[in-house]
Design a protein around this ligand. Structure first.
Ligand code: ZN
Length: 162
């Protein structure tokens, strides 16, 4: 079940329990997190992001997040999708630029490769966009950050899709 963006958003703030990951297969590691659920009120649509301050229940660190409205979160997500497709268009279109065979096309390769890398980052950002910014909320499970914010459904089920 996909997680639904709601004005009253169930959220899990998690703390990474170890600095080093446990091996979980060939060349993969996992990190364990311990989290608590919170009900966070998003701003009304059309209103600027509001600040959500919370103290981590594990380490006691004060954390402040910017929380966007449902509509603003969808807009942020769509902007990332559009930017991702624009990067892919750039990455693929440079190969249609005629070049002199002797001059080398390494610049075109560099542009294309860079655009694909940027597209990949934008894809990850679009998938992980939850309308929360700060302290590991932006990157989701992609990066192993000390704190993580995930949104959940009311019944506590986690996000499977967007
Ligand atoms: Zn913590």
């Amino acid at each position: 079940m996909a997680t639904v963006l709601e004005e009253n958003q169930w959220t899990v703030l998690s703390h990474r329990m170890s600095l080093r990951g446990r091996p979980s297969g060939s060349n993969t590691f996992i990190w364990s997190y311990k989290g608590s659920r919170y009900l966070v009120k998003r701003p009304e649509d059309g209103r600027p992001a509001r600040r959500w301050s919370v103290r981590c229940p594990v380490c006691g660190k004060a954390l402040t997040y910017s929380v966007y409205s449902v509509v603003a979160t969808r807009r942020r997500r769509w902007r990332r999708w559009i930017a991702m497709w624009a990067s892919i268009a750039i990455a693929t279109s440079v190969w249609f630029i005629p070049v002199d065979q002797n001059s080398g096309d390494s610049v075109l390769f560099d542009v294309s490769f860079s655009a694909f890398c940027i597209a990949y980052v934008l894809l990850r950002l679009a998938i992980n966009e939850r309308g929360f910014v700060g302290h590991g909320a932006t990157w989701g499970p992609w990066l192993v950050t000390p704190h993580r914010v995930e949104i959940t459904n009311k019944d506590g089920s986690a996000a499977v899709g967007i």
